[in-house]
Design a protein around this ligand. Structure first.
Ligand code: ALL
Length: 327
């Protein structure tokens, strides 16, 4: 009896192995995760954003959640974000967690245009659809990594140029201005700096300092304070997002320059709308965060249906917002 059992176990193991091998597809032909789902299962889409402390991303989350409620038969939504604008490793970890949890698609606003690419390549290799929104991934790295990821987002340079052009109408040629940049490895941050620079150059303003405050309010506040004391004749601060514009505004007030130094931002968050109405901030740009996420989700749904569909990048609107628009 014992001898029989000893002979039976290896035979059973062999049979199980053969069965498994004949069922599983070879690794290089593995089906995308989406196609492997049973027909009646709703696709799961993960929205991965940046700092949830930034109102821009809470509006983005709201837009996505509303779309999901209106299309609740079509997909499930998982909303994620990081706490700190610079916490790249947490965002990479989120991508990995979402892949491991078996989502069908990731719609991501990357905190860094380069650092996220390898994690997203691994997600693609695992059969997950990836759509890039808001901050464009670095084209060269995508080409080196041999992946194509559709992008949905605005022309940030054009948006910043509109804000800068409007500011210029309130200044006179030769006025000194300073720029607060976003994270320098973010494509949209760089584009906004270029847009501000183009507007200022065209109008004959002098940019006396330009530094990164990493998209953050408190860092912008500290930086603006020291820039203002170093350049007492500055007439305006151009901030690449609204969080930094609010930090800069507090520095202006602190410096006793309220009303004498104009501040502009980018995002159109609620607190900045109030400040524009009050005449404390001059202008911002609305890049319609909620719609950005929705367009990204729509791209993802198309690609889940047909992983080989040719999906083009989608340029989304970006509008100048001044007190006139908020009446
Ligand atoms: C960018 C967004 C917003 C935001 C910033 C901070 O990607 O476009 O302007 O304020 O990230 O993370």
């Amino acid at each position: 009896m014992t001898e029989f059992r000893i002979r039976l176990i290896p035979c059973l193991l062999l049979a199980v192995c053969c069965l498994l091998m004949s069922c599983a597809p070879p690794a290089d032909q593995a089906e995308p995760a989406a196609a492997a789902k049973p027909e009646n299962k709703k696709p799961r889409i993960a929205l991965i954003m940046k700092s949830l402390a930034n109102d821009f991303f809470s509006s983005m989350a709201k837009g996505a959640e509303q779309h999901q409620r209106e299309h609740s038969d079509d997909y499930e939504l998982i909303v994620n974000g990081i706490k700190d604008e610079r916490d790249l490793s947490r965002q990479v970890a989120l991508v990995e967690e979402m892949v491991a949890s078996g989502v069908d698609a990731i719609v991501i606003a990357p905190a860094d245009s380069k650092a996220l690419v390898p994690a997203l390549r691994r997600a693609r290799a695992a059969g997950v659809v990836v759509v890039n929104i808001d901050n464009k991934l670095d084209e060269e790295i995508l080409a080196t990594e041999k992946i194509a990821i559709p992008f949905v987002g605005p022309d940030n340079q054009a948006g910043a140029k509109k804000v800068g052009d409007y500011l210029a109408t309130k200044l006179k040629a030769g006025d000194e201005v300073i720029v607060l940049e976003g994270i320098r490895t973010s494509f949209n941050g760089t584009q906004r700096r270029l847009g501000f620079e183009a507007a200022m150059k065209e109008a004959g303003m002098k940019i006396v300092d330009s530094q990164s405050a990493q998209w953050e309010m408190s860092m912008a506040n500290t930086l603006a304070l020291s820039m203002l004391s170093e350049h007492p004749n500055v007439k305006a601060i151009l901030a690449a997002n609204d969080s930094m514009a609010l930090g800069a505004l507090a520095a202006v007030k602190n410096n006793g320059k309220a009303g004498a130094v104009a501040v502009v931002g980018f995002d159109n968050i609620a607190a900045v709308q109030l400040a524009i109405r009050d005449g404390q901030i001059l202008a911002t740009a609305d890049q319609h965060g909620g719609e950005l996420a929705v367009f990204g989700i729509e791209h993802a749904l198309l690609l889940i249906k047909d992983p080989h569909a040719k999906i083009e990048d989608r340029e989304t609107p970006v509008d100048l917002i001044t007190a006139e628009d908020l009446k």
